[in-house]
Design a protein around this ligand. Structure first.
Ligand SMILES: Nc1ncnc2c1ncn2[C@@H]1O[C@H](COP(=O)(O)OP(=O)(O)OP(=O)(O)O)[C@@H](O)[C@H]1O
Length: 290
């Protein structure tokens, strides 16, 4: 867990508001879900103090290289998502946002609780299958297959994906040559090419321009029209406010707030402002030598 606070509070581009749609049947039930990562080796817990480090170094501590420690990334989270909802997931670094999506997609095992879903939730996020040494073209195939499309379906949608991403002829170059914005736009275009029952997008929209965001929003709306649910992880309060109808706020793996997007983004923005004030005050004290 870091105490880094690296995201905006002010909505500089709230030109759009998420389209309200009639919500339908439950698409996903998350019941008392917990996820614990077990880390083998490394030798020390992240909370280690100078004292505990000294004890360990001089051999009186119990920890040793090869020790296992646990990170409770998700703690007893429960909610029901419905068809037609666009749900933003907010929280500072390390609060458990990606882990929650990965657990819903079945990519990490849960240590407690259950997830029930209609269809298979599809996750194409920052850490997804795409490979930097392959061209965008090959990655469209790899990503499309990972989203559940057949090779024929991927080929049929290839031009649309390239056009949506706006990367042009760069699609034939290795992805490692892309800017982070280009890569993020391509990932989003691939994930949005399928219409899964539950689409989960991890940090894909942060780098697009206004035009790309508008197209993304339209695509997310179209997916929701198909009785699907969209989850969107973002560090940007403005993105969640403009793309989502509902928001969840995670902190230390706990779901601290879940409700209409306006209420949650307002409370979360206040929390971030308070963190900024704390940090500035601490810096001020340091600077004045206290
Ligand atoms: N594969 C892993 N092995 C061990 N610990 C992990 C792993 N992935 C995440 N963690 C830890 O689990 C906690 C939650 O991480 P997660 O990536 O889900 O948070 P996040 O809110 O998505 O963070 P960020 O905003 O920085 O992407 C953090 O303490 C992180 O260090």
């Amino acid at each position: 867990m870091t105490d880094e606070i690296d995201f905006e509070v002010d909505a500089e581009d709230l030109d759009q508001v998420a389209t309200q749609k009639e919500v339908g049947e439950p698409s996903l039930v998350v019941d008392d879900l917990s996820v614990t990562y077990r880390i083998v080796g490394g030798g020390h817990a992240p909370t280690e103090t100078a004292g505990s480090l000294l004890r360990r170094v001089v051999g009186r501590g119990r920890r040793h290289v090869g020790a296992v420690h646990e990170v409770k990334a998700i703690r007893n989270v429960s909610f029901v998502a419905r068809q037609g909802e666009a749900i933003g997931i907010l929280g500072i670094n390390g609060s458990g946002k990606s882990t929650l999506l990965r657990a819903i997609a079945g990519l990490v095992p849960s240590s407690g609780g259950s997830v029930y879903s209609v269809g298979a939730p599809s996750l194409l996020g920052v850490n997804a299958v795409l490979m930097s040494q392959l061209s965008g073209e090959r990655n469209i195939m790899v990503g499309g297959l990972a989203m559940g499309l057949s090779p024929k379906e991927v080929n049929a949608r290839f031009d649309d994906i390239v056009e949506f991403s706006g990367i042009g002829d760069s699609v034939y170059l290795p992805m490692r040559t892309y800017s982070s914005g280009m890569a993020a736009r391509l990932r989003f275009a691939i994930s949005a090419a399928a219409t899964p029952d539950i689409l989960m997008i991890d940090e894909a929209l942060a780098t697009g321009d206004a035009d790309f965001r508008q197209r993304s929003k339209e695509r997310m709306d179209a997916i929701r029209d198909h009785a699907s649910t969209v989850f969107l992880v973002s560090h940007s309060i403005a993105t969640v406010a403009s793309m989502c109808t509902r928001a969840m706020w995670l902190d230390h793996g706990r779901l601290v707030m879940d409700g209409p997007v306006g209420d949650v983004t307002a409370a979360y923005a206040e929390f971030i402002r308070a963190k900024h004030r704390e940090r500035d005050a601490a810096r001020g004290e340091q600077a004045s030598g206290h």
